[in-house]
Design a protein around this ligand. Structure first.
Ligand code: HEM
Length: 472
């Protein structure tokens, strides 16, 4: 590097200084030369150590400063699928200052979600996500480690275990029957499946959360408010946000995403506070009004007990408690409701599938009976239809992005620490080299081969795979 580069810098020093002290000038140049030499050595060694590393994955040409933001399509999963057609099963994209890595093959998904799971079981928390979840203290955004393990364990053991779910079967049954009754009463009229399913799932989840704490009209109006807030929150979480692409700009919140999320989160917080107050009051009065099942505590009761447990190795804080409630309400409702809506759409478009389903239900359940959950194992075609819906329409087509806690190698390329890793399960589940007629809704394929939701087979994993697999 030429010293001429520094000339303007030297010129800016006062002339009198230069003229008056020739000796000091010599010392000054020696310092500058020393610093330049040091910088050069540093640069040389950093590059040398990088030379041993594989290159970054291939990807489209990036512009200075903005990277590939100019060509980003908001429908990310289809856009990423088209990139993988050009650049292969692992490619990269510069999202401002953030590096995005896109994975689009079962083999590479296995490397990320199974072989190097402990490294990739982390998250890069988006500004909107942080705001929505009390600073990212929920299961979804907590980094892999003891805290995350504790939160997940509480959730799985106390709310989603087989025995708890069995104990609240009556509650699911009641909610579903109410919904079916409603559809029946609307025969011949248009109905909004998505909306009805959202309310059904929401009622099931919130009843499990705080049981009989709210009833009647209050419950119905709470449902409407939840739907509105959850929909807005999901929209904000999906909005490409400059604060995430340029973390240095996050405090300016240029698009106002954080501000909007704050308003929504406040509305949820009010509901949570009111439920907690009511629950504590019922408990203070010695009430056993749980609504979940006679012997069962509702989830909120269990959480409040854990929060007050001073002997706990890792106590639960109030923000973590509320963040867990948020995960259940936001994570469980839209995903389930959208899946049912897709199922109904596909079935209505395929009269032969509808006919086969009706025949199976008539034979196994009988025309005069109502389907129970226990029937599902005896309804293989029904189960295959469900699996086919999850194949074509995974609720989270890119999972929740993973983030490596250290620089690693995937598919022979470097994936730097802190990059956002998008596993395109939507594209993998439509890959023509794996699936025959991949875009066709054809449940029979699941009658011929066993696929499950366990995440062990990286050709079919609508709930993710590895440590971060869906908790619900
Ligand atoms: C149709 C239903 C659902 C689908 C398709 C679905 C799918 C997923 C997927 C793909 C992930 C991300 C996995 C990853 O990052 O690799 C996830 C995470 C998660 N899901 Fe679900 N989900 C559903 C329902 C639920 C329900 C009912 C709940 C709770 C009641 C729930 C709670 C969560 C939570 C808390 C996480 C974060 C797990 C973690 O980061 O450790 N989900 N889900």
């Amino acid at each position: 590097m030429s010293l001429k580069f520094f000339k303007p810098l030297f010129d800016s020093f006062s002339c009198s200084w230069q003229e008056s002290n020739i000796g000091q000038k010599g010392v000054f140049y020696s310092y500058v030369l020393g610093i330049v030499a040091l910088l050069w050595f540093l640069w040389f060694f950093i590059n040398k150590s990088k030379k041993g590393q594989p290159p970054l994955p291939p990807g489209p040409k990036a512009l200075p400063l903005i990277g590939n933001l100019h060509s980003l399509d908001p429908e990310l999963h289809t856009y990423f699928a088209s990139l993988s057609q050009t650049y292969g099963p692992i490619c990269r994209l510069w999202l401002g200052k953030k590096l995005g890595i896109i994975i689009t093959s079962p083999a590479l998904a296995r490397e990320v979600l199974k072989d190097q799971d402990t490294i990739f079981a982390n998250r890069d928390v988006p500004a909107a996500g942080r705001e929505a979840t009390y600073g990212g203290t929920d299961i979804v955004w907590t980094p892999y480690g003891p805290k995350w393990r504790m939160l997940r364990k509480v959730c799985v053991r106390e709310m989603l275990s087989g025995s708890t779910l069995d104990s609240v079967y009556a509650l699911r049954r009641r909610e579903l029957r109410q919904t079916i009754n409603y559809f029946y009463s609307q025969a011949g009229l248009p109905v909004n499946i998505g909306e009805q399913m959202f309310l059904t799932v929401l009622n099931v989840i919130t009843s499990m959360l705080w049981g009989g704490t709210v009833k009647g009209e209050e419950r119905a109006s709470l449902g409407a408010e939840f739907r509105h807030v959850v929909t807005k929150m999901t929209e904000l979480l999906g909005t490409p946000n400059l604060s995430d692409f340029y973390p240095g700009l996050a405090r300016f919140d240029l698009q106002g995403v954080t501000k909007k999320m704050k308003v929504l989160a406040k509305r949820f917080d009010k509901i949570f506070e009111s439920m907690i107050d009511k629950r504590q009051e019922i408990d203070r009065n010695g009430g056993m009004e749980t609504g979940v099942g006679q012997e069962n505590k509702d989830f909120l009761q269990v959480l409040l007990k854990l929060k007050d447990d001073e002997a706990a190795k890792m106590p639960l804080t109030m923000p973590e408690l509320k963040a867990l409630l948020m995960d259940m309400v936001v994570g469980g409702t839209e995903t389930s409701a959208n899946t049912v809506e897709f199922a109904m759409t596909e079935i209505l478009n395929k009269p032969d599938v509808l006919r086969k389903l009706q025949q199976e239900v008539d034979t196994i359940v009988g025309k005069d009976n109502i389907v129970e959950e226990s029937h599902i194992q005896q309804l293989p075609y029904f189960y295959a239809v469900m699996k086919e819906v999850f194949r074509l329409h995974p609720a989270l087509p890119l999972l929740v992005p993973h983030c490596p806690s250290e620089t690693s190698t995937v598919g022979g390329y470097t994936v730097p620490k802190g990059s956002s890793v998008f596993v395109n399960v939507w594209a993998i589940q439509r890959d023509p080299s794996i699936w025959e007629n991949p875009t066709e809704f054809h449940p029979e394929r699941f009658m011929e081969k066993e696929w499950d939701f366990s995440g062990n087979d990286l050709t079919y994993f609508p709930f993710g795979s590895g440590r971060r697999i869906c908790v619900g």
